[in-house]
Ligand binder design. Structure first.
Ligand SMILES: *Cc1c(COP(=O)(O)O)cnc(C)c1O
Length: 386
């Protein structure tokens, strides 16, 4: 059976990139690797919409989040965490682990943090060293207003640190225009790579804060990594095989063009929402992100049976909810190496399984609703008269 991966990380990887991973291992202190690393950094800057250096780290996304905080915040330092789900909670958990003073600004699952809430928090806590936000809250499918946060944080001494791990490469994220100081991403979401790498951009403002901060870090020391990056080098043995493969995925991203990529994801998200609504499923996110679509599981249906049937009978691997959302939602990821026909396939499978489980569904309803969205992007070709 053909397997299709619709989990919000890991995501499908293009064949050209998989082939790079099959090549022989090579030495990393070499002109060849320096060349690869410099290309990767330049293409990451393109994807990040930034002139700031982007540091590759050998770890998953969370390692990048930990590096961002530990390198900039002193022991006991105050951090405002904007929390709209499990990934926002991860910022708070990192603060706890390192003894930072976390000020939580929370909204119920399914909602986005309003910039006005941040404005209020900044007024109450002018001594905050950092503000941590999440571009795409992968647990709920919500997209947060990073541009709105950036306007507020830029005029304060605080740094804006953004977890864009599942958002970058799927939805608009303009690091420089939006005044993001540190932007963290990971390889296995919209960047079309297997897990194993994190990427961290560092603004001048953030670099100055780091230079003055006696950080208690060793392996994830961004200061050290930035110094080495100036010579296209890394402090430790990098996952050079992954970085070489990353060059290929970035070439594919660059060839499509970042704004085209954002538009493709926005269209797939709109189609997925239309399809799910046509099946009578209630959407979960008030301010939906572009990389995944999250819906409530209809009352009376068992979410794990639904997901198991999709996988076992049709090879469609979607994700359920995590923690308190387990059994309550399904999550359809359409980020990265995914196209409109993958979205139609997922919706078609969902129709069949819902029918089988006794949920009233008109066969083809979801597919038709999604296809109507895709049809809007088709410009009719004028027929030449004879
Ligand atoms: C996947 C994800 C992470 C980090 O996950 P890792 O398992 O450490 O790569 C962090 N934040 C968001 C929003 C994510 O989607």
């Amino acid at each position: 059976m053909k397997q299709r991966l619709f989990t919000p990380g890991p995501t499908p990887v293009p064949e050209e990139t998989l082939l790079e991973l099959a090549k022989p291992v090579f030495y990393h202190r070499s002109p060849e690797f320096k060349q690869i690393l410099s290309e990767v950094v330049a293409d990451l800057q393109y994807v990040y919409c930034t002139r700031n250096p982007v540091v590759p780290l050998t770890c998953s996304g969370t390692g990048g989040m930990e590096a961002a905080l530990t390198c900039t915040v002193p022991t006991g330092g105050k951090v405002i965490c904007l929390i709209s789900g499990r990934w926002g909670e991860r910022w708070r958990n990192i603060c706890k682990a390192f003894g930072f003073n976390c000020i939580s600004v929370e909204v119920p699952y399914g909602q986005a943090v309003a910039p006005a809430q941040l404005a209020e928090a900044l007024k109450q806590h002018p001594d905050a060293v950092a503000v941590c936000a999440t571009l795409c809250e992968t647990a709920t499918g919500v997209g947060n207003d990073i541009a709105g946060f950036g306007k507020l944080v830029a005029s304060t001494p605080a740094l804006l640190i953004v977890d864009a791990i599942s958002g970058l490469g799927a939805m608009e994220c303009r690091c420089d225009d939006w005044q993001v100081d540190i932007c963290v991403s990971g390889s296995q979401k919209a960047l079309m790579m297997p897990p194993g790498l994190a990427f961290v951009s560092v603004s001048d403002k953030a670099a100055k804060v780091m230079a003055a901060n006696p950080a208690k870090v060793f392996y994830l020391d961004l200061k050290k990594a930035l110094a080495k990056l100036k010579e296209s080098d890394t402090p430790w043995t990098p996952a050079n095989t992954l970085i070489r493969a990353m060059r290929q995925s970035l070439k594919i991203l660059r060839a499509e063009g970042i704004e085209t990529i954002w538009a493709r994801h926005a269209r797939m998200a709109e189609a997925a929402r239309a399809g799910m609504q046509a099946l009578g499923l209630e959407l979960f996110a008030e301010r939906p992100a572009a990389g995944l679509t999250v819906a409530h599981v209809p009352a009376g249906l068992d979410a794990s049976t639904l997901l198991k049937k999709l996988e076992k009978q049709y090879g469609l691997k979607l994700a359920g909810g995590q923690d308190t959302l387990k059994g309550k939602i399904i999550r359809l990821s359409h980020m990265g190496h995914v196209d409109q026909f993958d979205v139609l396939a997922a919706l078609a499978g969902l129709e069949l399984v819902l029918l089988e489980m006794g949920h009233p569904v008109e066969p083809g309803a979801a597919v038709a609703a999604a296809q109507r969205v895709f049809a809007q992007a088709v410009a009719p070709v004028p027929v030449a008269s004879a």
